[in-house]
Design a protein around this ligand. Structure first.
Ligand code: GDP
Length: 598
């Protein structure tokens, strides 16, 4: 393949601005798929992804496009995820491209997430082709939004393309712009092989399939490869490109995008960001920027039925094959029994893993409140990492605690500045900068503890701003904070799975709110159940769940059998997510009550 006629690009868009629809159109116009196949929305493989309206895993498709200059170009569309949890994956996908199409909804304008990804793209020196989508909508304001793109991103408004992905307007113009404006890949054929892994997935027959972009050198089918970050060697069982199905090829040369079937058993050996080279002639240096996937948020996963523990372990093992960012290790909770402490990239990632375990593996799970990872300096000088509040050492042994802190960017209409400032202050955030992007919109930056972002920050931000504000975040390091462990006692016994780490200034208030919530969430039992919050030995709040008065069935006057059955079924439904803790039944919601404390 002539390198001059290769173009590698990605599509950056805020959720719902039309990335999927546009991707499908590009595949259709280039004849890569037929319009009937378009229905199947190829780029959004996983059901769950489609439902959640996000693309979790980056994928790549190769198209052949005959341009106006009469030449046929090889266009590689590298799909990248659009959610804050997957910023690293986005950065790797962008590192595999020379250009990006920026899709902006002509009725909505630019959003924070879009901006964050545009900055990432600019960091990688990508050529950006701005596109206004949905110009067919009556509410579209293409002029205004084009002006916004010029003001905010410094791209001349004359260069902004106008399209409707849905109606199929302006699609060839985009293809022409890709060919004309984006540069071909650089890269030397005679150099040792270096190929960037920007995604991978596990295939039961071919082992881990690595999605790669060749930077230098040539990879031929059958070659023995070395993964420079993990130092794992593997065979190239098969080599090829997605067009859109897996199509074997004899080689991948400089600038080309494709896949390698490695036969490896786990994606952990073949991580996103790693560099592939030849075992016989390794490159001197890997690509910069490799970072093994690192979970940020931790929670306990417990089977509702304790005998499903083995099934849960097997399911986690299988999921892990395909998800390098998922971490897990066995954990025992006095309250919940045997389970696993799992690490996730963020709350969305956690939710996805939970749903997959339940849907694909038929498990019923209890998940404890998410926690972050604390660095605890002990009085004897040792530093321990704590990701489960119940593992927090005793107060007397602690010299200081550091917590992870995020830098967040909030992009919002100016009328919400007040309420956002208020929210951030409540969440222990510190203001950093405010930039007006135009008279109506600002970009606010704060430093804020990750623990506070994890807990309900995003939802509150959305509700306080009627959904107008958007959020992006990245880890900014660790910071000392005055934190205490808050224990919850149910019926006089501390329930380890309900403990949480709170800032001392908020601990009393949190304790009070939490026991109030728990009183409402824990169903009445045959006896009175006290619920208490304690810091160390000190009880800071108490509520009581009153005892149940009568048997529920006594309401049914014996005769009406269907009604009785219905009631029993209803009770069973209600019981679904319950766990016996001592002699008290605690529902799933109770473990999540921490997520909505203010
Ligand atoms: P994504 O989340 O960025 O992948 O967005 P989708 O491609 O799934 O599109 C989100 C919604 O916008 C869908 O309901 C699409 O049908 C709709 N949509 C996409 N492009 C257009 C367009 O050009 N015009 C109109 N009116 N709707 C569009």
């Amino acid at each position: 393949q002539d390198q001059q006629r290769i173009r590698n690009f990605s599509i950056i868009a805020h959720i719902d601005h039309g990335k999927t629809t546009l991707s499908d159109r590009l595949l259709e116009v280039t004849g890569t798929i037929s319009s009937r196949e378009r229905r199947d929305q190829l780029l959004d493989g996983l059901d769950l992804e489609r439902e959640k309206g996000i693309t979790i895993k980056a994928k790549a498709v190769r198209m052949a496009y005959r341009a106006n200059d009469g030449e046929t170009y090889e266009l590689n569309l590298i799909d990248c995820p659009g959610h804050v949890d997957f910023t690293y994956e986005v950065s790797r996908a962008l590192a595999a491209c020379e250009g990006a199409i920026l899709v902006v909804d002509a009725a909505q304008g630019i959003e924070a997430q879009t901006l964050a990804n545009v900055y990432l793209a600019l960091e990688h020196d990508l050529t950006i082709v701005p596109v206004l989508n949905k110009i067919d909508l009556p509410g579209a304001e293409p002029k205004m939004v084009a002006q916004e793109i010029e003001d905010v991103l410094g791209m001349p408004k004359e260069e902004v393309l106008h399209t409707s992905a849905k109606a199929g307007i302006g699609i060839t113009e985009i293809l022409e712009a890709i060919v004309e404006r984006m540069p071909p890949p650089k890269g030397q054929r005679d150099q040792p092989l270096r190929a960037l892994i920007f995604d991978s997935h596990y295939d039961a027959y071919k082992g881990v399939i690595a999605y790669v972009r060749v930077l230098d050198g040539v990879l031929t089918s059958g070659a023995r490869i070395l993964l420079m970050g993990t130092q794992v060697e593997a065979d190239t069982l098969e080599l090829g490109a997605f067009r859109p199905g897996m199509t074997p090829l004899p080689e991948l040369g400089p600038g080309e995008v494709g896949y390698i079937a490695t036969g490896l058993k786990s994606v952990v050996d073949c991580q996103v960001g790693d560099t592939v080279t030849l075992a016989s002639r390794p490159a001197a240096m890997p690509m910069e920027g490799y970072r093994p996937a690192k979970p940020m948020v931790f929670a306990g996963l417990y089977p509702v039925e304790s005998n499903a523990y083995i099934d849960l372990r097997e399911a986690l093992e299988k999921l892990k094959l395909n998800d390098a960012a998922l971490a897990y290790q066995p954990e025992t909770s006095a309250a919940l029994g045997f389970g696993f402490r799992c690490g996730f990239l963020g709350l969305l990632h956690m939710e996805i893993v939970r749903e997959r375990l339940e849907r694909e593996y038929n498990l019923e799970l209890l998940i404890t409140a998410p926690s972050v990872e604390y660095q605890v300096l002990l009085t004897d000088g040792e530093v321990v990492t704590v990701d489960n509040p119940s593992d927090m050492p005793e107060v007397v042994r602690i010299a200081s605690i550091e917590e992870p802190v995020m830098q967040i960017s909030v992009f919002t209409p100016t009328r919400y500045i007040g309420t956002i400032m208020d929210l951030v202050t409540n969440k222990r955030g510190a203001f950093e900068t405010m930039d007006y992007l135009d008279p109506q919109r600002v970009l606010l930056k704060y430093k804020i503890p990750l623990a506070e972002v994890v807990i309900d920050f995003y939802d509150q931000l959305k509700s306080r701003t009627q959904g107008y504000a958007s959020l992006d975040y990245s880890l900014a390091g660790y910071q000392e904070a005055d934190l205490v462990k808050l224990d919850i006692l149910v019926n006089g016994t501390p329930v380890d799975a309900l403990s949480l780490i709170a800032h001392r200034d908020f601990a009393f208030a949190n304790g009070r709110t939490l026991v109030e919530k728990l009183r409402k969430l824990i169903p009445r039992q045959m006896f009175e159940v006290p619920i208490q919050a304690a810091i160390g030995n000190k009880i800071v709040a108490r509520e009581t769940v009153k005892a149940m008065r009568k048997d529920v069935l006594s309401k049914c006057y014996g005769g009406d059998i269907t009604r009785k059955r219905k009631l029993l079924e209803k009770q069973k439904e209600g019981k679904k997510r319950m766990k016996m803790v001592g002699s008290v039944e605690i529902p799933q919601e109770a473990f999540m009550a921490i997520l909505s404390l203010n």
